[in-house]
Design a protein around this ligand. Structure first.
Ligand code: PLP
Length: 423
Protein backbone atom coordinates (compact mmCIF):
# COMPACT_ATOMS: atom_id res chain seq x y z
CA UNK A 1 0.00 0.00 0.00
CA UNK A 2 1.37 3.44 -0.87
CA UNK A 3 0.44 6.52 1.10
CA UNK A 4 -0.21 9.65 -0.97
CA UNK A 5 1.82 12.63 0.25
CA UNK A 6 -0.14 15.14 2.34
CA UNK A 7 -0.67 18.47 0.55
CA UNK A 8 1.12 21.63 1.75
CA UNK A 9 -1.71 22.72 4.06
CA UNK A 10 -1.95 19.31 5.74
CA UNK A 11 1.83 19.08 6.09
CA UNK A 12 1.84 22.47 7.87
CA UNK A 13 -1.03 21.43 10.10
CA UNK A 14 0.71 18.18 11.10
CA UNK A 15 3.97 20.07 11.75
CA UNK A 16 1.98 22.38 13.99
CA UNK A 17 0.21 19.56 15.82
CA UNK A 18 2.71 16.70 15.79
CA UNK A 19 6.23 17.74 14.78
CA UNK A 20 7.49 21.12 16.04
CA UNK A 21 5.33 24.25 15.89
CA UNK A 22 8.31 26.52 16.74
CA UNK A 23 10.25 25.16 13.77
CA UNK A 24 7.22 25.73 11.54
CA UNK A 25 7.13 29.41 12.61
CA UNK A 26 10.87 29.81 12.03
CA UNK A 27 10.63 28.30 8.53
CA UNK A 28 7.54 30.43 7.83
CA UNK A 29 9.48 33.59 8.78
CA UNK A 30 12.15 32.67 6.20
CA UNK A 31 9.62 31.77 3.47
CA UNK A 32 10.53 28.10 3.70
CA UNK A 33 7.32 26.55 5.03
CA UNK A 34 6.59 24.57 1.83
CA UNK A 35 6.89 20.84 1.29
CA UNK A 36 10.06 19.67 -0.42
CA UNK A 37 9.02 17.39 -3.28
CA UNK A 38 12.09 16.47 -5.27
CA UNK A 39 15.73 17.33 -5.76
CA UNK A 40 18.52 16.63 -8.18
CA UNK A 41 22.11 17.93 -8.30
CA UNK A 42 21.77 21.40 -6.75
CA UNK A 43 18.08 21.93 -7.61
CA UNK A 44 15.32 21.50 -5.04
CA UNK A 45 11.65 21.75 -6.03
CA UNK A 46 8.76 22.52 -3.68
CA UNK A 47 5.07 21.63 -3.65
CA UNK A 48 4.13 25.25 -4.44
CA UNK A 49 6.11 25.14 -7.70
CA UNK A 50 9.33 26.91 -6.69
CA UNK A 51 12.79 25.72 -7.73
CA UNK A 52 15.72 26.64 -5.50
CA UNK A 53 19.46 26.48 -6.05
CA UNK A 54 20.80 24.70 -2.98
CA UNK A 55 23.84 26.43 -1.46
CA UNK A 56 23.46 24.76 1.93
CA UNK A 57 23.37 21.10 0.86
CA UNK A 58 22.01 20.00 4.27
CA UNK A 59 25.00 21.63 5.98
CA UNK A 60 27.52 19.79 3.84
CA UNK A 61 25.69 16.50 3.27
CA UNK A 62 25.30 16.77 -0.51
CA UNK A 63 28.92 17.13 -1.62
CA UNK A 64 28.05 14.88 -4.59
CA UNK A 65 24.71 16.57 -5.25
CA UNK A 66 21.18 15.45 -4.45
CA UNK A 67 20.32 11.95 -5.65
CA UNK A 68 23.68 11.24 -7.19
CA UNK A 69 22.87 8.42 -9.66
CA UNK A 70 25.90 6.27 -8.69
CA UNK A 71 24.90 6.31 -5.01
CA UNK A 72 21.19 5.79 -5.73
CA UNK A 73 22.04 2.80 -7.92
CA UNK A 74 24.35 1.23 -5.28
CA UNK A 75 21.64 1.61 -2.63
CA UNK A 76 18.93 0.19 -4.93
CA UNK A 77 21.05 -2.87 -5.65
CA UNK A 78 21.70 -3.38 -1.95
CA UNK A 79 18.01 -2.88 -1.18
CA UNK A 80 17.13 -5.75 -3.49
CA UNK A 81 19.94 -7.92 -2.14
CA UNK A 82 19.62 -7.31 1.61
CA UNK A 83 18.71 -3.97 3.23
CA UNK A 84 19.64 -5.01 6.77
CA UNK A 85 21.04 -8.15 8.29
CA UNK A 86 20.47 -10.26 11.38
CA UNK A 87 23.47 -8.61 13.06
CA UNK A 88 24.61 -11.99 14.32
CA UNK A 89 26.78 -12.88 11.32
CA UNK A 90 29.56 -10.98 9.60
CA UNK A 91 28.51 -8.05 7.44
CA UNK A 92 30.55 -7.99 4.20
CA UNK A 93 29.34 -4.54 3.15
CA UNK A 94 30.52 -3.03 6.42
CA UNK A 95 33.83 -4.91 6.05
CA UNK A 96 34.25 -3.42 2.57
CA UNK A 97 33.47 0.09 3.83
CA UNK A 98 35.96 -0.21 6.72
CA UNK A 99 38.60 -1.48 4.29
CA UNK A 100 37.91 1.39 1.87
CA UNK A 101 38.07 3.93 4.71
CA UNK A 102 41.43 2.53 5.82
CA UNK A 103 42.68 2.88 2.23
CA UNK A 104 41.47 6.41 1.59
CA UNK A 105 42.05 8.11 4.96
CA UNK A 106 45.59 9.30 5.72
CA UNK A 107 48.35 7.71 7.77
CA UNK A 108 47.79 4.84 10.16
CA UNK A 109 44.01 5.20 10.44
CA UNK A 110 42.87 1.62 10.10
CA UNK A 111 39.73 0.58 12.03
CA UNK A 112 36.20 1.99 11.76
CA UNK A 113 33.15 2.02 13.99
CA UNK A 114 30.10 2.75 11.84
CA UNK A 115 27.10 4.62 13.27
CA UNK A 116 24.14 6.57 11.94
CA UNK A 117 24.96 10.26 12.35
CA UNK A 118 27.64 12.82 13.11
CA UNK A 119 26.84 13.15 16.78
CA UNK A 120 26.94 9.37 17.28
CA UNK A 121 30.30 9.22 15.55
CA UNK A 122 31.58 11.94 17.91
CA UNK A 123 30.18 10.06 20.95
CA UNK A 124 32.13 6.99 19.84
CA UNK A 125 35.31 9.10 19.49
CA UNK A 126 34.90 10.52 23.02
CA UNK A 127 34.29 7.08 24.51
CA UNK A 128 37.20 5.51 22.65
CA UNK A 129 39.54 8.27 23.80
CA UNK A 130 38.50 7.77 27.43
CA UNK A 131 38.70 4.00 27.09
CA UNK A 132 42.13 4.02 25.49
CA UNK A 133 43.77 6.52 27.84
CA UNK A 134 41.84 5.80 31.04
CA UNK A 135 41.61 9.58 31.44
CA UNK A 136 38.45 11.71 31.53
CA UNK A 137 39.18 15.13 30.00
CA UNK A 138 38.32 16.16 26.47
CA UNK A 139 39.43 19.60 25.30
CA UNK A 140 37.65 21.25 22.40
CA UNK A 141 37.47 24.77 20.99
CA UNK A 142 35.32 27.79 21.67
CA UNK A 143 32.40 27.92 19.18
CA UNK A 144 32.99 24.27 18.27
CA UNK A 145 30.05 22.24 17.02
CA UNK A 146 30.25 18.50 17.52
CA UNK A 147 26.54 17.59 17.73
CA UNK A 148 23.73 17.69 20.25
CA UNK A 149 23.57 14.35 22.07
CA UNK A 150 24.77 14.78 25.64
CA UNK A 151 28.45 13.87 25.17
CA UNK A 152 28.82 15.79 21.91
CA UNK A 153 26.84 18.71 23.34
CA UNK A 154 29.30 18.91 26.24
CA UNK A 155 31.91 19.81 23.63
CA UNK A 156 29.59 22.00 21.50
CA UNK A 157 30.45 25.26 23.19
CA UNK A 158 27.45 27.50 22.70
CA UNK A 159 25.47 28.60 25.76
CA UNK A 160 22.23 28.75 23.76
CA UNK A 161 22.38 24.99 23.17
CA UNK A 162 24.09 23.91 26.40
CA UNK A 163 22.33 25.88 29.12
CA UNK A 164 18.88 24.18 28.97
CA UNK A 165 20.56 20.82 29.60
CA UNK A 166 22.99 21.50 32.45
CA UNK A 167 24.57 19.72 34.17
CA UNK A 168 26.36 18.38 31.12
CA UNK A 169 29.01 15.70 31.17
CA UNK A 170 31.93 16.74 33.35
CA UNK A 171 35.56 17.17 32.26
CA UNK A 172 35.04 18.98 28.96
CA UNK A 173 37.50 21.86 28.64
CA UNK A 174 37.47 24.69 26.15
CA UNK A 175 40.23 26.73 24.48
CA UNK A 176 40.13 29.51 21.86
CA UNK A 177 40.23 28.09 18.32
CA UNK A 178 43.51 28.83 16.54
CA UNK A 179 45.51 29.52 19.73
CA UNK A 180 48.34 27.03 20.19
CA UNK A 181 49.67 28.52 23.43
CA UNK A 182 46.27 28.26 25.11
CA UNK A 183 45.97 24.64 24.01
CA UNK A 184 49.43 23.78 25.29
CA UNK A 185 48.59 25.33 28.66
CA UNK A 186 45.18 23.61 28.92
CA UNK A 187 46.43 20.03 28.57
CA UNK A 188 46.97 18.32 31.93
CA UNK A 189 47.65 14.91 33.46
CA UNK A 190 43.95 14.06 33.14
CA UNK A 191 43.54 14.95 29.46
CA UNK A 192 42.48 12.08 27.22
CA UNK A 193 42.11 13.95 23.94
CA UNK A 194 41.91 17.21 22.08
CA UNK A 195 38.97 17.34 19.65
CA UNK A 196 38.80 19.94 16.88
CA UNK A 197 37.22 20.71 13.52
CA UNK A 198 39.99 21.57 11.00
CA UNK A 199 37.76 24.44 9.82
CA UNK A 200 34.95 25.38 12.19
CA UNK A 201 31.63 25.02 10.38
CA UNK A 202 28.83 26.04 12.73
CA UNK A 203 31.23 28.37 14.53
CA UNK A 204 30.96 30.58 11.42
CA UNK A 205 33.31 29.01 8.83
CA UNK A 206 36.46 29.83 10.78
CA UNK A 207 39.66 28.90 8.98
CA UNK A 208 42.52 28.70 11.52
CA UNK A 209 45.92 30.30 10.84
CA UNK A 210 48.21 28.24 8.56
CA UNK A 211 50.26 25.80 10.62
CA UNK A 212 47.65 25.53 13.39
CA UNK A 213 46.80 21.85 12.84
CA UNK A 214 50.48 20.98 12.54
CA UNK A 215 51.09 22.76 15.83
CA UNK A 216 48.15 20.98 17.46
CA UNK A 217 49.53 17.62 16.35
CA UNK A 218 52.95 18.48 17.80
CA UNK A 219 51.48 19.61 21.11
CA UNK A 220 49.23 16.54 21.46
CA UNK A 221 52.20 14.27 20.72
CA UNK A 222 54.40 16.14 23.20
CA UNK A 223 51.81 15.62 25.96
CA UNK A 224 50.93 12.07 24.89
CA UNK A 225 47.22 12.84 24.38
CA UNK A 226 45.03 11.75 21.50
CA UNK A 227 43.98 14.04 18.67
CA UNK A 228 40.42 13.66 17.40
CA UNK A 229 39.61 15.53 14.20
CA UNK A 230 35.91 16.02 13.58
CA UNK A 231 35.58 16.13 9.79
CA UNK A 232 31.83 15.59 9.74
CA UNK A 233 31.48 18.83 7.78
CA UNK A 234 34.97 19.38 6.33
CA UNK A 235 35.47 15.81 5.12
CA UNK A 236 34.66 14.12 1.79
CA UNK A 237 36.21 16.80 -0.43
CA UNK A 238 34.45 19.84 1.01
CA UNK A 239 37.52 22.01 1.64
CA UNK A 240 39.40 21.10 -1.55
CA UNK A 241 41.12 18.01 -0.10
CA UNK A 242 39.55 14.60 0.51
CA UNK A 243 39.95 15.37 4.22
CA UNK A 244 40.82 18.87 5.44
CA UNK A 245 43.65 17.57 7.65
CA UNK A 246 45.51 16.57 4.46
CA UNK A 247 46.16 20.22 3.61
CA UNK A 248 48.87 20.25 6.30
CA UNK A 249 49.63 16.55 6.17
CA UNK A 250 48.31 16.07 9.70
CA UNK A 251 47.06 12.63 10.74
CA UNK A 252 44.82 12.38 13.82
CA UNK A 253 44.49 9.36 16.12
CA UNK A 254 40.75 9.40 15.51
CA UNK A 255 38.94 10.86 12.49
CA UNK A 256 35.18 11.46 12.58
CA UNK A 257 33.07 11.47 9.40
CA UNK A 258 29.33 11.64 8.64
CA UNK A 259 27.15 13.86 6.41
CA UNK A 260 28.47 13.37 2.83
CA UNK A 261 29.92 9.96 3.70
CA UNK A 262 26.38 8.73 3.00
CA UNK A 263 26.62 10.14 -0.54
CA UNK A 264 23.56 12.30 0.14
CA UNK A 265 21.37 9.21 0.04
CA UNK A 266 21.76 7.43 3.41
CA UNK A 267 22.52 8.64 6.95
CA UNK A 268 25.80 7.30 8.32
CA UNK A 269 28.64 8.19 10.69
CA UNK A 270 32.13 6.73 10.96
CA UNK A 271 34.73 6.89 13.73
CA UNK A 272 38.06 5.82 12.31
CA UNK A 273 41.05 5.12 14.54
CA UNK A 274 44.52 3.65 14.66
CA UNK A 275 45.34 0.14 15.81
CA UNK A 276 46.53 1.62 19.12
CA UNK A 277 43.13 3.23 19.74
CA UNK A 278 41.29 0.05 18.79
CA UNK A 279 43.27 -2.37 20.96
CA UNK A 280 40.71 -2.40 23.75
CA UNK A 281 37.98 -3.77 21.46
CA UNK A 282 40.04 -6.95 21.59
CA UNK A 283 39.27 -7.35 25.30
CA UNK A 284 35.71 -6.10 25.15
CA UNK A 285 34.29 -6.22 21.60
CA UNK A 286 30.81 -5.14 22.72
CA UNK A 287 31.96 -2.13 24.75
CA UNK A 288 30.37 0.23 22.20
CA UNK A 289 27.66 -0.96 19.78
CA UNK A 290 24.75 0.24 17.65
CA UNK A 291 21.87 -1.83 16.26
CA UNK A 292 21.55 0.05 13.01
CA UNK A 293 25.16 1.27 12.80
CA UNK A 294 26.87 -0.41 9.87
CA UNK A 295 23.62 -1.40 8.18
CA UNK A 296 24.09 -2.64 4.64
CA UNK A 297 22.16 0.14 2.90
CA UNK A 298 24.17 2.93 4.52
CA UNK A 299 27.46 1.10 3.97
CA UNK A 300 26.65 0.54 0.28
CA UNK A 301 25.92 4.27 -0.08
CA UNK A 302 29.19 5.17 1.67
CA UNK A 303 31.24 2.83 -0.54
CA UNK A 304 29.73 4.50 -3.62
CA UNK A 305 30.46 7.93 -2.11
CA UNK A 306 34.11 6.97 -1.52
CA UNK A 307 34.37 5.81 -5.15
CA UNK A 308 33.07 9.21 -6.26
CA UNK A 309 35.53 10.97 -3.99
CA UNK A 310 38.43 8.96 -5.31
CA UNK A 311 37.53 8.87 -8.98
CA UNK A 312 35.23 11.84 -9.57
CA UNK A 313 37.67 14.70 -8.92
CA UNK A 314 35.30 16.24 -6.36
CA UNK A 315 37.98 17.66 -4.04
CA UNK A 316 39.70 19.32 -7.01
CA UNK A 317 36.39 20.79 -8.14
CA UNK A 318 35.75 22.09 -4.60
CA UNK A 319 39.14 23.83 -4.65
CA UNK A 320 38.55 25.40 -8.09
CA UNK A 321 34.86 26.27 -7.83
CA UNK A 322 35.34 27.44 -4.23
CA UNK A 323 38.06 29.89 -5.28
CA UNK A 324 35.76 31.22 -8.04
CA UNK A 325 32.85 31.59 -5.61
CA UNK A 326 35.02 33.28 -2.97
CA UNK A 327 36.40 35.80 -5.45
CA UNK A 328 32.88 36.71 -6.68
CA UNK A 329 31.64 37.04 -3.09
CA UNK A 330 34.55 39.32 -2.19
CA UNK A 331 33.50 41.64 -5.04
CA UNK A 332 29.91 41.53 -3.77
CA UNK A 333 31.11 42.41 -0.26
CA UNK A 334 33.04 45.38 -1.65
CA UNK A 335 29.82 46.62 -3.35
CA UNK A 336 27.72 46.21 -0.19
CA UNK A 337 29.94 46.97 2.84
CA UNK A 338 26.84 48.22 4.71
CA UNK A 339 25.36 44.69 4.49
CA UNK A 340 28.32 42.29 4.29
CA UNK A 341 31.37 42.70 6.52
CA UNK A 342 33.74 39.90 5.48
CA UNK A 343 33.99 36.83 3.29
CA UNK A 344 36.28 33.84 3.94
CA UNK A 345 36.49 30.12 3.35
CA UNK A 346 38.33 27.05 2.18
CA UNK A 347 37.19 25.14 -0.91
CA UNK A 348 33.38 25.02 -1.09
CA UNK A 349 33.01 25.97 2.59
CA UNK A 350 32.45 29.71 2.61
CA UNK A 351 31.27 32.08 5.32
CA UNK A 352 29.96 35.62 4.94
CA UNK A 353 29.94 37.83 8.04
CA UNK A 354 26.92 40.11 7.91
CA UNK A 355 27.20 43.52 9.54
CA UNK A 356 24.80 42.35 12.30
CA UNK A 357 22.57 39.42 13.26
CA UNK A 358 19.46 41.41 12.19
CA UNK A 359 21.00 42.08 8.77
CA UNK A 360 21.82 38.38 8.49
CA UNK A 361 18.15 37.54 9.07
CA UNK A 362 17.05 40.12 6.48
CA UNK A 363 19.58 38.70 4.02
CA UNK A 364 18.37 35.14 4.50
CA UNK A 365 14.75 36.15 3.84
CA UNK A 366 15.81 38.12 0.72
CA UNK A 367 18.04 35.32 -0.61
CA UNK A 368 15.23 32.78 -0.14
CA UNK A 369 12.95 35.19 -2.04
CA UNK A 370 15.49 34.95 -4.89
CA UNK A 371 15.22 31.14 -4.72
CA UNK A 372 18.63 30.32 -3.35
CA UNK A 373 19.03 28.22 -0.20
CA UNK A 374 21.31 29.87 2.29
CA UNK A 375 21.52 29.48 6.09
CA UNK A 376 23.22 30.96 9.11
CA UNK A 377 25.87 29.10 11.11
CA UNK A 378 24.30 27.43 14.16
CA UNK A 379 26.87 28.75 16.65
CA UNK A 380 27.22 32.14 15.00
CA UNK A 381 23.98 33.59 13.63
CA UNK A 382 25.71 36.63 12.11
CA UNK A 383 27.38 34.41 9.55
CA UNK A 384 25.81 33.21 6.30
CA UNK A 385 27.30 29.95 5.13
CA UNK A 386 27.66 28.74 1.56
CA UNK A 387 28.23 24.99 1.17
CA UNK A 388 26.88 23.86 -2.21
CA UNK A 389 27.50 20.55 -3.97
CA UNK A 390 31.20 20.55 -4.86
CA UNK A 391 30.69 20.29 -8.62
CA UNK A 392 28.46 23.37 -8.92
CA UNK A 393 30.05 25.00 -12.00
CA UNK A 394 30.98 28.69 -12.49
CA UNK A 395 27.90 29.37 -14.68
CA UNK A 396 25.57 28.31 -11.86
CA UNK A 397 27.69 30.20 -9.33
CA UNK A 398 27.22 33.29 -11.54
CA UNK A 399 23.44 32.87 -11.30
CA UNK A 400 23.72 32.60 -7.50
CA UNK A 401 25.87 35.75 -7.35
CA UNK A 402 23.32 37.69 -9.45
CA UNK A 403 20.57 36.61 -7.06
CA UNK A 404 22.68 37.46 -3.99
CA UNK A 405 23.29 40.89 -5.52
CA UNK A 406 19.53 41.43 -5.74
CA UNK A 407 19.13 40.23 -2.14
CA UNK A 408 21.79 42.71 -0.99
CA UNK A 409 19.92 45.50 -2.80
CA UNK A 410 16.63 44.52 -1.12
CA UNK A 411 18.32 44.36 2.27
CA UNK A 412 19.95 47.75 1.74
CA UNK A 413 16.57 49.22 0.75
CA UNK A 414 14.92 47.88 3.93
CA UNK A 415 17.77 49.29 6.02
CA UNK A 416 17.39 52.71 4.37
CA UNK A 417 13.62 52.71 4.87
CA UNK A 418 14.15 51.79 8.51
CA UNK A 419 16.68 54.54 9.11
CA UNK A 420 14.39 57.11 7.40
CA UNK A 421 11.45 56.00 9.59
CA UNK A 422 13.68 56.59 12.65
CA UNK A 423 14.07 60.20 11.48
N1 PLP B 1 30.36 17.57 13.94
C1 PLP B 1 30.33 18.59 13.08
C2 PLP B 1 31.62 19.27 12.71
C3 PLP B 1 29.13 19.03 12.53
O1 PLP B 1 29.13 20.05 11.67
C4 PLP B 1 27.94 18.36 12.89
C5 PLP B 1 26.65 18.79 12.34
O2 PLP B 1 26.49 19.83 11.76
C6 PLP B 1 28.01 17.29 13.79
C7 PLP B 1 29.24 16.91 14.29
C8 PLP B 1 26.78 16.55 14.19
O3 PLP B 1 26.28 15.81 13.12
P1 PLP B 1 24.77 15.30 13.11
O4 PLP B 1 23.90 16.51 12.92
O5 PLP B 1 24.71 14.33 11.97
O6 PLP B 1 24.52 14.64 14.42
Amino acid sequence: MTHPLPDDATTKQWYMEHVNSGLLSLLGFMGLDSAELEAEGWHVRTGDGREFIDCVAAYGSYNFGHRNPAVVSAVKQQLDRMPMSSKLLLNPVQARLAHRLAEITPGELKYSFISNSGTEAVEAAIKLARLRTGKPDIISAKNAYHGKTLGSLSSTHREHFQSPFRPLIANFGVVPFGDLEALDAAISETTAAVMLEPVQGEGGIRVPPAGYLTGVREITKKHGVLLILDEVQTGMGRTGRNFACEREGVVPDILVLAKSLGGGVMPIGATIGTEYVWELFQENPLVHTSTFGGNELACAAACAALDLLEQGGYAEQAEKNGAYFLEALKKLQADFPDVLAEVRGQGMMIGIDCVSKDICELMIASVIEEKVFIAFALNNPEVLRIEPPLHMPPEVIDVVITRLHKACESTRMILEQFSQSQG
